[in-house]
Design a protein around this ligand. Structure first.
Ligand code: PMP
Length: 379
């Protein structure tokens, strides 16, 4: 099939070809990558929980008790008791009446958004939203108005120009769906949530907040950027694969939101439930993250020591895709794994290094990073 090779050659000539690297160690600040020990500055394991033996033990115990697979979708025979225990724990963390567990953040976004908004609705979407949010908007078939990153003036203009739509009104959801990330995954900046909620309130809109990079990291107990007991017009989605060191995702809100999504979110209905060991690890992680606030403190101390940043995600702009990947390669030669990010993940001409810190990084490791970045910049 020649067209595949042509497309691959094309990608390579633009510096956009991606390939897989192999790890063979527990996740942590040091990993074995393609057979070599390196310092890891690109995982989303913000609290250092992915390799925590307590998560592994919780998973092992669940595997012994319930087996490795769930056997079917949750609506069929796959709804293991651990799912309900997990949802209760997260509802407590978020201060919401209900929570629904999804298989991943991707599943949550492509399921919940089309369930909430349909063809005759309007979605207002930040231009830097994650691919899974974009795909959720596309699948909904709603008219999607993209606003400049965090630009609430433009968002207000759009809200004014697109009055409440029939189906959302019928559902009682108000004047449209605003979709945004809490912490932007490739920029590391934060959405102005209070002002956004005020605006949503003024125009009767609903906010769908993706807290993938915020849960575990923000809040007294790791509840995220949204306050506990969030207002009625705020739906929070969070993932388990990042700060919580496991896999899966949740959508938190009212009891009727949960019932509604169980019935309407296709990526919930038509997929096999998460394996019990995964849910057990997630449940353990949510409890540990709340019980050990020193992890969050250490993470924020580390962030501060690298120069202050609104989140653990540091974005170092380079520009061209090839140059970015070359800098990333040079850092890897020095023993530091810092991922280069290029289109289509970020817009053309804005390729960058995305580096992330974890509570598990030591001061010495961060000092090594600082020196390596200086060296790479100079050369
Ligand atoms: N939303 C955002 C903002 C993300 O960064 C990601 C993961 N890259 C996801 C959703 C998808 O989450 P998951 O990895 O659990 O599918």
């Amino acid at each position: 099939m020649g067209f595949l090779d042509e497309a691959i050659t094309d990608l390579k000539s633009q510096g956009l070809f991606r390939s897989l690297r192999e790890t063979e160690s527990v996740q942590g600040p040091e990993i074995v990558l393609d057979g070599r020990k390196v310092l890891n500055f690109c995982s989303n394991d913000y609290l250092g929980l992915a390799g925590d033996p307590r998560l592994a033990e919780a998973a092992a115990e669940a595997a012994r008790r319930y087996g490795a697979g769930s056997g079917a979708a949750r609506l069929i025979s796959g709804n293991n008791v651990l799912n309900d225990a997990f949802e209760a724990a997260v509802a407590d963390l978020k201060g919401t009446p209900s929570v629904l567990l999804f298989n991943s953040g991707y599943h949550a976004n492509i399921g919940a958004i089309p369930a909430l908004a349909g063809e005759v609705d309007v979605i207002f979407s930040d231009e830097l939203n994650h691919a899974s949010l974009i795909d959720g908007c596309r699948l909904s078939k709603a008219r999607t108005e993209v606003y400049r990153h965090n630009d609430l003036n433009q968002l207000e203009d759009l809200l004014r120009n697109f009055p409440p739509t029939p189906s959302l009104l019928r559902k009682g959801l108000g004047g449209g769906l605003i979709v945004t990330e809490a912490v932007f995954s490739m920029e590391g900046d934060v959405c102005p949530l209070d002002d956004l909620l005020e605006l949503a309130q003024k125009y009767g809109a609903l906010v769908y907040l993706d807290e993938a990079h915020a849960v575990g990291v923000f809040g007294r107990d790791g509840e995220g950027l949204a306050p506990k007991n969030p207002p009625e017009n705020l739906i929070c989605m969070g993932t388990l694969g990042k700060a919580f060191g496991s896999y899966g995702a949740f959508v938190a809100g009212s009891a009727s939101l949960r019932d509604y999504l169980i019935n309407k979110a296709r990526s919930f209905i038509f997929t096999t439930a998460l394996p019990p060991p995964v849910t057990a690890a997630s449940l353990a992680a949510v409890k540990i993250a709340a019980a050990e606030p020193e992890r969050r403190k250490k993470l924020w101390d580390n962030i501060q020591s690298l120069g202050g940043n609104p989140s653990p995600i540091f974005s170092l702009p380079i520009g061209g895709a090839e140059k970015t990947m070359e800098v990333s390669r040079r850092l890897l030669e020095l023993g530091l794994f810092v991922q280069g990010i290029r289109p289509p993940t970020v817009p053309e001409g804005t390729s960058r290094l995305r580096l992330t810190l974890s509570a598990a990084h030591t001061g010495e490791q961060i000092a090594t990073l600082r020196e390596a970045l200086k060296f790479v910049h100079r050369s």
